[in-house]
Design a protein around this ligand. Structure first.
Ligand SMILES: *Cc1c(COP(=O)(O)O)cnc(C)c1O
Length: 222
């Protein structure tokens, strides 16, 4: 099991390095987030043992059930919240996570800012942009991203690391990654959280600073 997992992680890291090199970027400028949603602590532990330190979860409740225990054992982990957040979970999210990728509206930005103030924690955040303007999908509309970023950085004093997107499943992801990169540039943001198991090399070629890779590391989710 451990060998399988470390082989898969090595393969992903190698792909990232190759994609980065191909466009004159450094592999070290891309953070690999291993997305461990639906997997338990017993599946995650071998991935940590294989040297992986950044992990992503999409549900606060699920993350609370497994990460505090793992963190007692491994002190140097960075935990990323990559899924949609309700404001009634802001307290727990701020208490547990180190980076939040999914701010997509004023209400949640305000709730997070208030919690960070209360808990004395300043957590870097990404603004999630609904680049495909899909009705059912989380994310701020592209045309409203600028004003949300301005509110977060200005009045709310949040540390905005960059932009995040999840392209529509039936469209060419490169178009969405290029769009997100352009939008981030216009807003003066450096971070780009984009790319999953099926398209992370494309994302790296288009400037991703954070790729969120689940099944290519953990295997298919049950
Ligand atoms: C599940 C998930 C991923 C990882 O997806 P894979 O295709 O398994 O790599 C990435 N980002 C978000 C927001 C997710 O929910």
């Amino acid at each position: 099991m451990l060998e399988d997992v470390s082989g898969r992680i090595d393969a992903v890291r190698q792909q990232i390095a190759e994609a980065a090199r191909g466009v004159g970027r450094k592999a070290a400028d891309v953070t690999l987030i291993a997305v461990s949603k639906t997997f338990g602590a017993e599946d995650i532990q071998p991935v940590i043992e294989a040297g992986q330190r950044h992990f992503g979860e999409n549900r606060v409740q699920e993350a609370l059930a497994k990460w505090p225990g793992l963190r007692d054992t491994y002190a140097d982990l960075t935990l990323h919240l990559i899924g949609p957040l309700q404001s009634n979970k802001a307290k727990e999210a701020v208490g547990l996570f180190d980076v939040i990728h999914s701010i997509d509206r004023e209400k949640i930005a305000r709730a997070l800012a208030a919690e960070m103030e209360k808990q004395g924690r300043r957590i870097p955040c990404f603004i999630q942009v609904n680049t495909g303007e899909e009705e059912q999908k989380a994310g701020v509309a592209p045309g409203e991203a600028g004003s949300l970023v301005a509110l977060c950085r200005g009045e709310l004093g949040l540390e905005i690391a960059g932009l995040m997107c999840i392209p529509p499943v039936d469209e060419e992801p490169a178009i969405h990654f290029a769009f997100l990169a352009k939008l981030a540039g216009e807003l003066g943001l450096k971070g780009l959280s984009m790319g999953m198991s099926g398209d992370y090399t494309t994302a790296v070629e288009l400037g991703a600073t954070h790729v969120r890779v689940g099944s290519a590391i953990f295997g298919v989710r049950g």
